[in-house]
Design a protein around this ligand. Structure first.
Ligand code: RB5
Length: 144
């Protein structure tokens, strides 16, 4: 798959780890985030990745900040982006099956019980269920 990523200084290590893990699995990753601890503002990082995704050519995006909270909030302000703040395998699966999320968000300062790459792989392996969920996702997208 083709995946666009961005992060702030709160998640450099996690972003690099996930980018490597995805590349090792044969996926294409475009890293628009920062690779140093120098402070940047997470809304700017969310916008960079969202704009690149909306321009086309990517299957989905992944955003990282200290908690995943701020960068997911920022991404969800952008029309066409449905960013899910995922925290376990069930939320990873449902973010695709029910919400058709096109971005996932994670926190570099969060102690997850499940490896982040496992959550991403669960999302990637899941299909959007459509049906009544498509109606609901349509209503989200109409709230712009
Ligand atoms: C930056 O210090 C931090 O606030 C940011 O990474 C994120 O956790 C915000 O939600």
């Amino acid at each position: 798959m083709r995946i666009v990523m961005a992060n702030d200084h709160g998640a450099v290590e996690l972003k690099l780890e996930i980018a490597k893990a995805l590349r090792d699995r044969g996926h294409t990753v475009e890293n628009l985030g920062v690779d140093s601890a120098d402070s940047v503002d997470y809304p700017d990082m969310a916008k960079l990745a969202a704009d690149r995704f909306l321009a086309g050519g990517f299957d989905f995006g992944i955003l990282f900040c200290g908690t995943g909270i701020g960068i997911s909030m920022a991404a969800n302000k952008i029309a066409g982006i449905r960013c899910a703040l995922v925290h376990d395998l069930f939320s990873a699966e449902m973010s695709k099956a029910h919400n058709d999320a096109n971005f996932l968000a994670f926190g570099g300062r969060i102690g997850y019980a499940v490896p982040v790459i496992d959550m991403i792989e669960k999302y990637m392996a899941t299909e959007f269920a459509g049906g009544r969920h498509a109606r609901r996702v349509g209503k989200i997208d109409a709230m712009r």
